[in-house]
Design a protein around this ligand. Structure first.
Ligand code: ZN
Length: 455
């Protein structure tokens, strides 16, 4: 059974009432907005907040306090077991030469340490397949350097990222299978970035030797490449002391307004509260957190009574485990909660362009009907596509909360996202106030329209 009414005429959606209401939403976001100030508090008072850390718990308290101030029907924490990886206090790499050349690195999340100084000669590759092709003879005892850059051609930089990130996630295990002692991975960034390596998650395949894995800044990846070109052999000295601790109990932070017509049907909106332990997690995903909470604030400020229950979830542990997303979905399934829409913001606080829609084609058409009324606000992208990591477990076989669930992801302009992503430069100062606020307007408008017209 399809839950949607698809016969909306264009006229319904361009009625003065809707146009005026959406104008009011954007006025709220741009004139009375609290998202920028909230983001400043999260970035400056809490700072970066990797799962398991004290700062992550401070972020939970902060999120609950902000939602408590929104006069919602219910605000609560949901316990989530999370991994606790720590970078440690040593991170250094240098090319051994007459005069050593220091390389800017960041240990990848989940990596083991080097156990003191480690030195090895470097083999440069551009893919996981190349490691297999070179085989044990060339790889054993070496440091493998994955240097395939992000492709500058796709207009969506997420596409370029997707075409590259296998090196970061799986590079260590593939290299270890052929006897490598460590891996260095070119940072996932299109910027020639001097001094800022970009971290991110990596994983070890079971049964394979765990070897250290670090990201090297794009600039220094080029330095290392040039050195390899000019010299017969290149030796790198590496020293990192990352380690994984016991799991820790943390929380998702949840706030909701009860639906007036369908209190048992849920529209869930969210971003992730955790961040990497570098920078301030401003775009990733402080922006998504404040976007989501601002939806509730704006709807309350405009005295809108939602038909469906509108729930904001600040998910814990997206970056290195997605335990918040998985735990939320499992609990929703266990409680037999019917989710009708899930909307995530986890692509930064840049000017919004529209939404990715993960749903069947008739549902995509349903959402596309709203394009006309939203286009004046720069929102034109209403395309099938990936919605978001945190909400993705709601649509797995084991957790399927509703066969008609519409999943959506806010799509902001992506050109600068990977300049900052997972690096020291993902700080509050690199988020533009207006662009952030426009994202709040976009999120609130689509939720208003869908709450009003979804049958
Ligand atoms: Zn994120």
């Amino acid at each position: 059974m399809c839950l949607l009414t698809l016969q909306l005429s264009a006229q319904d959606l361009t009625t003065t009432a809707d146009s005026v209401f959406i104008r009011n939403i954007f006025d709220q976001a741009l004139v009375e907005g609290e998202s920028y100030q909230n983001l400043e508090h999260l970035c400056k008072d809490v700072g970066h907040r990797l799962s398991g850390s004290k700062a992550a718990e401070k972020a939970v308290e902060w999120g609950k306090k902000v939602m408590d101030g929104l006069d919602l029907d219910r605000v609560y924490l949901q316990s989530i077991d999370v991994p606790f990886w720590e970078r440690g206090d040593i991170e250094s790499a240098s090319i051994k030469s007459d005069k050593d050349i220091t390389l800017s690195i960041r240990t990848l999340g989940g990596s083991v340490g080097t156990n003191g100084l480690m030195q090895g000669s470097v083999v440069e590759v551009s893919s996981l397949e190349e490691v297999a092709k070179l085989g044990k003879e060339a790889i054993a005892g070496k440091i493998v350097f994955y240097n395939r850059p992000m492709d500058p051609k796709p207009i969506s930089t997420f596409q370029s990222y997707g075409g590259c990130v296998d090196q970061r996630y799986a590079g260590a295990s593939v290299a270890a299978e052929y006897g490598a002692i460590a891996v260095m991975v070119r940072s996932m960034s299109l910027l020639e970035d001097d001094g800022h390596a970009h971290t991110g998650s990596m994983g070890y395949k079971t049964g394979v030797n765990k070897i250290p894995a670090v990201a090297v800044s794009t600039h220094d990846a080029n330095v290392l490449h040039d050195h390899l070109q000019k010299n017969e052999s290149t030796e790198v000295e590496l020293n990192v002391n990352a380690h994984t601790n016991e799991n820790v109990v943390s929380s998702n932070v949840i706030g909701e307004i009860k639906g007036s017509v369908y209190p048992n049907k849920v529209i869930v909106i969210g971003g992730h509260l955790d961040s990497w332990d570098v920078g301030e997690g401003a775009h990733d995903d402080g922006a998504g957190v404040v976007h989501s909470m601002e939806v509730l604030r704006i709807l309350k400020a405009l005295n809108y009574t939602p038909r469906y229950t509108i729930r904001v979830v600040l998910f814990m542990n997206e970056e290195n485990g997605n335990m918040g997303g998985k735990g939320y979905a499992a609990k929703a399934k266990a409680k037999n909660e019917n989710h009708v829409i899930a909307l995530e913001s986890d692509r930064g606080g840049f000017s919004p362009r529209g939404f990715n829609i993960l749903a069947d084609s008739s549902q995509v058409d349903f959402v596309r009907q709203f394009r006309e009324v939203l286009e004046p606000y720069g929102l034109h992208h209403f395309e099938p596509g990936y919605a978001g990591v945190d909400i993705s477990p709601l649509d797995t076989k084991e957790n399927k909360v509703n066969p008609d669930l519409i999943m959506m992801g806010l799509v902001p302009d992506s050109q600068r996202y990977f300049d900052y992503h997972h690096s020291d430069t993902d700080v509050f100062e690199n988020v533009n106030k207006r662009e952030l606020e426009l994202g709040c307007g976009a999120m609130t408008s689509i939720i208003y329209l869908m709450d009003k017209y979804l049958q």
